[in-house]
Design a protein around this ligand. Structure first.
Ligand SMILES: Nc1ncnc2c1ncn2[C@@H]1O[C@H](COP(=O)(O)OP(=O)(O)OP(=O)(O)O)[C@@H](O)[C@H]1O
Length: 546
């Protein structure tokens, strides 16, 4: 997994072309890249990392690098990705550099360098300030420095412990990156919706729920309820510190479900437009950023809550119970299909990935099999300043209460096992269900399976999710769609429908996608999930756990 592998200081001095001859300025490769603060203390800006003299030391807390040669086995380079901040101390006699250090696998702590700046006739700013600027430039690239964060901590998220994760692990990293923060601890279910609805969006750049996927869902919906919804959704980047049990959002955007690695990915993250889905049921309209499910998956997610005491085993027990019953969920479904066949889905994915994420926001006609393409929402791609009075985009296909849109056909599905529609790839660290999902292609990935298959086949299909063979399984129908309506039968008997993991009534609902309506930060402008093209032998869970 890219994130996990790229953090932590490295010892790859040989990858740095510049050879530092400490104290001998005549050997400098490039004057503005090497900062010689005293004999033996030269700091060099390499291609991918900051190089410090090996004999200098760092300690877990602010440590003095004033020319003494105490070595504690400190690596002699710090990847730019890990550098959080650099500045001159208030009394102007120290250069301070804060960085994230991987003290144990998948866990970062803040480390500091403190290097004496000798008094010089010209004053330290002359050399040090421009060097710091260069260092921060390389460390942040296109990512905005000191992002103003609105942090929400759900003390009841997942297995608990969000408070501690925030205070002990994550907050120190954001503080070291000098991020201005407002921190709110949620006190009731739905509070994040209420707060996001009245948030002063000009005071913040990003929202950071420390939670499961439930709180990001609430933040998107709170922003979506505002009279200036489009401006709010395109201005505030909704991020995620994983504190729940699934943590799909973090897995997709940062390639990790580890809180400190996600924190660093947010600090260095790049703005990424995110498709959002409107779900209508009765007279309610809800935004979904992750998934909608009816059938086995929804039953597993929501119908096994009473077995939470079992931990992750509840899913296995629940799943085996359902497949032994060969449970089916008869429905009538109408789908606005954009890409029908798996090979075409792969082609679409390949083209998007090779074009790069920047072009993902434009959905071209060539992607659509029906030749009509998928028209991007003008609102979502326009500048935030023009969107002041605009609420959510109008619904192209109306609501589930309206008559079926022209050209749609309700098809009976007597044997449906699972209807699962995804906007992101990972649904949990070991569950890359929607391997062809893209952040802003304006399309949802729809997976349907039959319920009347043998238990053995069902179990094999479940295992295929982790091994990466799910997409290609003949038991799986995988399509790219832009809208659908689903009408479950037997609604009187009750059942489960999950929207981003949250339950809604077991009644008909309709969904349509808005291309790039939301904003988030991702590591590279795209999802950190392996696509359906080049599966290697590493399973998805191994990839995230590695
Ligand atoms: N203080 C609180 N008390 C009760 N519920 C809360 C509180 N704060 C938030 N919630 C609610 O908890 C729900 C779940 O939130 P979240 O996704 O953060 O955790 P989770 O569902 O436990 O995560 P996961 O499903 O991954 O285990 C949300 O609907 C949210 O409104």
């Amino acid at each position: 997994m890219a994130t996990d592998a790229s953090v932590g200081p490295t010892k790859t001095a040989q990858s740095n072309n510049a050879q530092i001859d400490e104290g001998n300025s005549s050997n400098r490769i490039n004057d503005n890249e090497v900062l010689v603060l005293s004999p033996g203390v030269a700091l060099n800006l390499g291609r991918d990392a900051l190089f410090i003299p090996e004999r200098l030391t760092t300690k877990p807390n602010r440590s003095c690098l004033c020319g003494s040669s105490v070595s504690t086995g400190t690596p002699n380079s710090i990847p730019y990705y890990n550098i959080l901040w650099a500045e001159i101390s208030e009394d102007r006699s120290w250069l301070l550099i804060d960085y994230a250090h991987e003290d144990k696998p998948h866990h970062l702590v803040v480390r500091n360098l403190k290097v004496a700046i000798p008094a010089a006739p010209a004053g330290p700013e002359d050399q040090v300030s421009p060097w710091i600027e260069l260092l921060l430039d390389r460390s942040y690239g296109t990512s905005v420095r000191r992002k103003r964060a609105w942090v929400l901590v759900n003390p009841h998220a997942g297995p608990g412990g969000a408070d501690k994760i925030w205070e002990k692990q994550v907050k120190p990293i954001f503080e070291a990156a000098r991020m201005p923060m407002t921190i709110v601890r949620t006190t009731y279910s739905g509070e994040a919706v209420d707060l996001a609805q009245v948030l002063d969006i000009d005071q913040y750049d990003i929202a950071i729920p420390c939670s499961g996927d439930g709180l990001p869902h609430e933040v998107f919906n709170g922003l979506g309820k505002r009279p200036d919804a489009r401006r709010a959704l395109s201005k505030i980047a909704v991020c995620h510190i994983p504190c729940g049990s699934g943590n799909a959002m973090s897995c997709n955007l940062y390639g990790t479900h580890r809180p400190t690695l996600a924190a660093l990915a947010i600090i260095k993250g790049v703005p990424t437009r995110l498709d959002l889905v409107s779900v209508t049921q009765g007279d309610r309209r809800t935004l979904s950023f992750l998934s909608q499910a009816l059938g086995v998956i929804a039953d597993l997610d929501l119908g096994t809550e009473h077995m939470r005491w079992m931990g992750a085993a509840r899913f296995t027990v629940g799943f085996l119970t359902l497949v032994m019953q060969k449970k089916t969920y008869p429905c009538d479904i109408a789908v606005k299909v954009e890409i029908e066949h798996k090979e075409h889905v792969k082609k679409h994915y390949r083209e998007r990935v090779t074009q790069g994420s920047a072009s993902e926001s434009e959905v071209g006609d060539e992607q659509s099999e029906n030749g009509k393409g998928n028209v991007p929402e003008a609102s979502a791609s326009g500048p935030a300043d023009n969107l002041d009075d605009l609420g959510l985009p109008p619904l192209k296909y109306g609501t589930v209460m309206d008559k079926l849109p022209e050209g749609w056909e309700l098809v009976p599905h007597e044997n449906l096992g699972s209807f699962y529609c995804g906007n992101m790839a990972y649904m949990a660290p070991d569950a890359n269900f929607f391997s062809a999902a893209l952040a802003n292609d304006g399309l949802m990935d729809l997976v349907t399976t039959d319920g009347d298959v043998s238990p053995l086949k069902s179990i094999g299909l479940q295992l295929a999710v982790d091994s990466g063979e799910f997409f290609d399984s003949p038991l799986v129908t995988y399509r790219k769609v832009s809208a659908y309506r689903i009408i479950p039968r037997n609604t009187g008997k009750g059942g489960y429908i999950s929207i981003d993991g949250e339950a809604i009534p077991f009644e008909p609902f309709q969904a349509e996608i808005h291309q790039g309506l939301g904003l988030t930060l991702s590591k590279r402008g795209t999802f950190e999930a392996p696509g359906p093209l080049n599966w290697d032998k590493v399973t998805n869970s191994e990839r995230l756990m590695a």
